[in-house]
Design a protein around this ligand. Structure first.
Ligand code: SAM
Length: 209
């Protein structure tokens, strides 16, 4: 596809074919984005690439979502945060940006050692010996088996889609829901695609049934 097209200068027949070409290209990209699932294990390199490519955008999306909660429920002041598939820790950063000086405990679950290492480095301002930006941050590799207490804010951002099966996703959602305190919020987020929308609807229907 040419990149410097001046649409107003195109004859009607040419304009129609250019529009059809753009439409096909967009459809192909949407299809690829929704159907290229493969198991993903984040090693050190992939974690760094993920951070560079997606951290700022995900942080921005999460801040927006938490602001929506705050606008609708100004009294909501989460004390504890639970994040499944925590990766670089973007949920923790975004939640603390919006709910300032409110969260006193953070529970981050991710099965990648390297993602945890990166999240810890960011937490300490890039210096392993530096002071952490937030207090009481606990890193875990698995969803805890026992349920000792519930959390005010329970989140999974861009991680459910990476699980290998519907039953695993629904099991994780159920666990997350059990960990959500009455009056708290459970937030599920995925990148916009038709498949991710299906994943979200499955999770919502399962929890609400
Ligand atoms: C796309 S990343 C999202 C990361 C994070 N929410 C962020 O914004 O940086 C997905 C994360 O889910 C983690 N993950 C995938 N499967 C998991 C599982 N079964 N248990 C725990 N974490 C998992 C990956 O290691 C990865 O860090």
């Amino acid at each position: 596809m040419e990149s410097n097209i001046v649409f107003s200068e195109l004859k009607p027949g040419k304009l129609k074919s250019v529009k059809e070409g753009i439409f096909k290209e967009v459809q192909a990209k949407i299809h690829l984005r929704g159907n290229n699932w493969r198991p993903m294990k984040y090693n050190q390199h992939q974690s760094m690439v993920y951070m560079v490519a997606r951290l700022d955008r995900e942080y921005a999306d999460l801040v927006r979502v938490f602001h929506e909660i705050k606008a609708r429920d100004p009294e909501f002041k989460p004390g504890t945060l639970f994040d499944f598939g925590s990766g670089t820790g973007s949920v923790m950063w975004a939640a603390n940006t919006v709910f300032k000086n409110s969260i006193w405990e953070h529970f981050l679950v991710d099965n990648s050692v390297e993602m945890h290492d990166l999240a810890k480095l960011l937490l300490h301002g890039g210096d392993p010996d530096g002071k952490p930006h937030f207090k009481n941050v606990y890193f875990r590799y698995n969803m805890p088996e026992t349920l000792r207490y519930q959390n005010d804010l329970v989140v999974s951002a861009f991680s459910l889609f990476e699980l290998s099966s519907k039953s695993e996703r629904l099991e994780i959602c159920e666990q997350m829901w059990k960990r959500t305190k009455p009056g708290g919020y459970m937030v599920l987020m995925e990148l916009a695609s038709k498949t991710a929308h299906t994943v979200m609807m499955e999770a919502r229907d399962h929890i609400l049934k």
